[in-house]
Design a protein around this ligand. Structure first.
Ligand code: NAP
Length: 404
């Protein structure tokens, strides 16, 4: 590791460029990422990297010209971009042209691509990679699967927060082709490799017991088992519920359980992943707060990335976990995200009072009543009525829910 901090002292306001290598679990590739940090954040970053079992390759002072206008945790303005700085705006094959007036702080729906590929004529993509997202001792299988969309006429383009359909190979019990299943997209519009023509999913293999037999979900098993090079029928994109606001000053509260993390990963990469920021030119300055629910620590999906973002952007990103089978709530029961919401009710409500704050919920349908209960209690403590507030937030397009 090369460390060159020069004359730095605690009162030194200079920025340092930290190159971090390696992340994730299992077969995830090694990746190098560069974050710019002020001196007083370096120690926290070093400790976090050591905890994750990663490596710091170098720490170098950032030139003062860049320094003066580079906020903490950001990538240097002069860093080479893998794509032009101007972000491609996807075509909108079936979106109405700016049908309604823009609602302040709400995501723009005008240029949202939908149904570029329909079930009768799907796009045939190629699997690029498929790796496990869970650690040893995790419950079940959850994989990250990436498809190449290159060569599509038109190209399937999508935005953060949308979903795609997958039509599994084979036929059902009646000999009919399988129907499509929808999955929330887990990559930003630029794809994990920034090439602009891939899409990734985060898929849990569905398994349940029936008459003493373990039944495996058709499409989720097909996807978890699929090999690189395989061809897959893809439809979509669909969905306008979970779009991220364009406003760089928005605040974003995210409530996710399990694979419901997929859209949240797209938002967080868009906000904090260095190569993504270089490419998208969208410099998020608001506050993002992720509440993530998982049964066990090895089931926390993309955990290492989120820890890294929190370390690099402590003023902009907060990460709160509810690990149901390892942590207890105040009543001695399983710790769910609604328990975490209750714990932080005051801060959450203070954020929600700001019209720039959006709340996103994705994952198990079962969490909705619990979140509502927690929000009702928190609202009541402030003399507010959640039954009135929630529809108002929904109407303002600041309350976004997608649960199955
Ligand atoms: P998982 O890894 O099993 O984690 C789910 C977590 O939520 C566990 O900690 C679980 O706790 C907890 N939980 C259970 N009941 C809850 C409740 N009533 N309130 C709050 N938390 C609760 O999750 P998963 O298997 O991936 O499931 C994710 C779900 O999200 C699936 O149903 C999937 O279909 C859905 N999903 C929806 C979308 C979408 O709508 N776009 C996208 C992706 C996923 P315990 O098990 O320990 O009780």
């Amino acid at each position: 590791m090369r460390v060159a901090t020069g004359r730095a002292s605690l009162s030194d306001g200079r920025m340092f460029s930290v190159v971090v290598e390696g992340y994730g679990i299992g077969r995830q590739r090694q990746a190098q990422r560069t974050f710019n940090l002020p001196f007083n954040q370096l120690q926290g970053m070093v400790q976090m990297v050591a905890r994750q079992g990663w490596r710091i390759l170098s720490v170098t002072p950032v030139e003062s010209a860049e320094n003066s206008n580079t906020p903490p945790g950001s990538v240097p303005a002069a860093a080479p971009a893998t794509q032009p700085a101007s972000e491609p705006v996807p075509a909108a094959p079936s979106a109405p042209p700016a049908a309604k007036p823009a609602v302040t702080h709400a995501p723009s729906h005008a240029a949202v691509p939908v149904n570029t590929y329909k079930p009768k004529d799907p796009f045939v993509g190629t699997v690029i990679e498929n790796y496990s997202l869970v650690g040893e001792g995790a419950i079940g299988r959850v994989n990250h699967i990436t498809f190449d969309l290159a060569g599509g006429e038109p190209q399937l383009q999508y935005l953060e927060g949308q979903s795609i359909g997958i039509i599994p190979e084979g036929t059902d019990a009646n000999g009919k082709p399988h129907k499509l299943r929808l999955y929330s997209i887990a990559s930003t519009r630029h794809g994990d490799n920034m090439a602009g023509h891939t899409v990734s999913l985060c898929v849990r293999q569905l398994q349940y017991e029936k008459d003493g037999e373990t039944i495996n979900g058709v499409c989720s098993t097909y996807l978890c088992d699929i090999e690189p090079g395989a061809k897959v029928k893809i439809t979509g994109p669909v969905g306008k519920e979970m779009l991220l606001p364009d406003d760089e000053d928005a605040n974003v509260i995210m409530l996710a359980t399990g694979t419901g993390i997929a859209p949240m990963r797209t938002y967080l990469r868009r906000m904090f992943e260095p190569t993504e920021r270089e490419t998208n030119g969208w410099h998020f300055r608001g506050k993002a707060w992720l509440f993530m629910g998982a049964p066990k620590t090895p089931n926390l999906l993309y955990d290492a990335d989120f820890e890294l973002y929190q370390s690099a952007f402590p003023d902009n990103f907060r990460y709160t976990k509810a690990i149901s089978r390892e942590q207890e709530n105040a009543r001695g029961g399983r710790m769910y995200i609604q328990d975490r919401v209750l714990e932080h009710a005051d801060e959450i409500f203070a954020m929600i009072e700001n019209p720039k704050t959006h709340v996103y919920m994705c994952g198990l349908k079962g969490m909705e009543p619990g979140i509502d209960e927690a929000m009702s209690a928190a609202a009541a403590a402030k003399g507010l009525d959640w039954a009135e507030l929630r529809p108002a937030l929904k109407k303002a397009e600041r309350w976004h829910v997608e649960t199955y």
